[in-house]
Design a protein around this ligand. Structure first.
Ligand code: NAD
Ligand code: TYD
Length: 359
């Protein structure tokens, strides 16, 4: 039975990946989820898998060398899928240090522990071991509307403390591959959306605010462009890269679905109005009047856009979920999971929200 060590599996993409993997492989794999459960990690995201015999949760910090080495000593890990990170640009602008700590140092600990467990006396590695580092397109910087796309060969030019720390972590993985021939891959993906995303990111924040009748805070002119991918398509791409990708390669993953933020917000308003019955009292206040332009994010990247040509040509992956369909699924999920939203927005979230959007 192949054993996966997933870091950050209680977060948005990690929990969707774990669901995807159990759906695909059932009892033929074992998943060990290592997560320290920051504000973004939530075991409720994994309720339907927690009782499986082939699922183990370990609460540990990826910067804790002893804890991570012990996991590698206890279990014969075949695959590492490394999601754990601080992931929110706005938080990185307010508090950069924890991003360096988790994203850079944490990745170094993961690489070192895996290398120690997998390395053979002759400098080679035990057979069929692979490490996949999950990264972002934000490491490539910002495009203008006239530029083409980010390719795997695009030079790194990160701007935010978040993207700089992810770039640092990518560079470490590259260094391990170059120096030690460490069996790894890097994936750089565009913006994800779907179930279980914490409502500090654009799409769930706007859905939640609409349902609560709160203002919809649009940064700057609302014309920044992101390339949105449904999270399950990302999970599938990660699995395909790990099983079919060439070792030591980087693969860009993207939805070919560029939208301005303001377009996204208008789609959310329209879709909610379409889905909610007239009898729902929330429907009356879900209108464009909620849209409120606020101060721009510092150093706000204008446009991200991925060319997923390499992963398409080499591995045959392509985005499958059309945005129209994915956003409907996502909005329905949030409507049906009011309790989840209530739980994640109680406590610290209120404090974060009032500090972030105080003006
Ligand atoms: P998330 O913030 O929802 O989840 C991060 C998870 O990591 C949480 O469960 C958190 O508890 C855990 N974690 C944080 N610090 C930890 C530590 N020190 N030790 C152990 N666990 C820790 O993030 P996400 O959106 O699911 O992103 C997952 C990964 O994918 C990140 O590496 C991110 O950079 C990358 N990524 C995200 C997107 C996106 O659109 N969300 C796009 C491309 C790449
Ligand atoms: P976000 O979801 O934070 O992802 P990222 O910055 O990593 O791409 O933001 C997506 C876009 O939405 C980004 O251009 C910033 C913008 N945005 C707003 O306009 N208002 C908001 O309240 C948030 C959270 C984001």
């Amino acid at each position: 039975m192949r054993t996966y060590l997933v870091t950050g599996g209680a977060g948005f993409i990690g929990s969707n990946y774990i669901h995807y993997m159990f759906k695909k492989y059932g009892d033929s794999i074992r998943i060990i989820n290592v997560d320290v459960l920051t504000y973004a990690g939530n075991l409720e995201n994994l309720k339907d898998v927690e009782n499986r015999d082939n699922y183990i949760f370990i609460k540990a910090d990826i910067t804790d060398k002893d804890a991570i080495s012990k996991i590698f000593e206890t279990y014969d890990i075949d695959r590492v899928v490394h999601f754990a990170a601080e992931s929110h640009v706005d938080r990185s602008i307010k508090n950069p240090e924890v991003f360096v700590q988790t994203n850079v140092l944490g990745t170094a600990v993961m690489l070192n522990s895996a290398k120690a467990a997998w390395e053979l006396p002759d400098g080679g590695y035990k057979p069929d071991k692979r490490f996949l580092h999950v990264s972002t397109d934000e490491v490539y910087g910002s495009l203008t509307n006239d530029d083409e796309y980010f390719y795997e060969t695009t030079p790194y030019a990160p701007h935010s403390p978040y993207s700089a720390s992810k770039a640092g972590s990518d560079m470490l993985v590259k260094a391990y591959m170059d120096t030690y021939k460490f069996p790894a891959n890097i994936t750089n993906c565009s913006n994800n959306y779907g179930p279980y995303q914490f409502p500090e990111k654009l799409i769930p924040l706007m859905i939640n605010n609409c349902l609560q009748g709160k203002n919809l805070p649009v940064y700057g002119d609302g014309k920044n462009v992101r390339d949105w991918l449904y999270v399950e398509d990302h999970a599938k791409a990660i699995d395909m890269v790990q099983e079919q990708g060439r070792l030591f390669e980087t693969y860009n993953i993207g939805g070919h679905n560029e939208k301005q933020n303001i377009e996204i917000i208008n789609i959310i308003i329209e879709t909610l109005r379409e889905i909610l019955p007239d009898s729902d009292p929330r429907k009356a206040h879900i209108t464009k009047d909620l849209i409120t332009y606020v101060e721009d994010r510092k150093g706000h990247d204008r446009r991200y856009a991925i060319a997923p040509d390499k992963i398409g040509a080499e591995i045959g992956w392509k985005p499958e979920t059309m945005f129209k369909e994915g956003i409907k699924l996502t909005i329905k999920w949030y409507i049906e999971h009011e309790e989840w939203m209530k739980n994640v927005t109680s406590g610290d979230y209120q404090k974060y929200y009032s500090e972030m959007y105080k003006d």
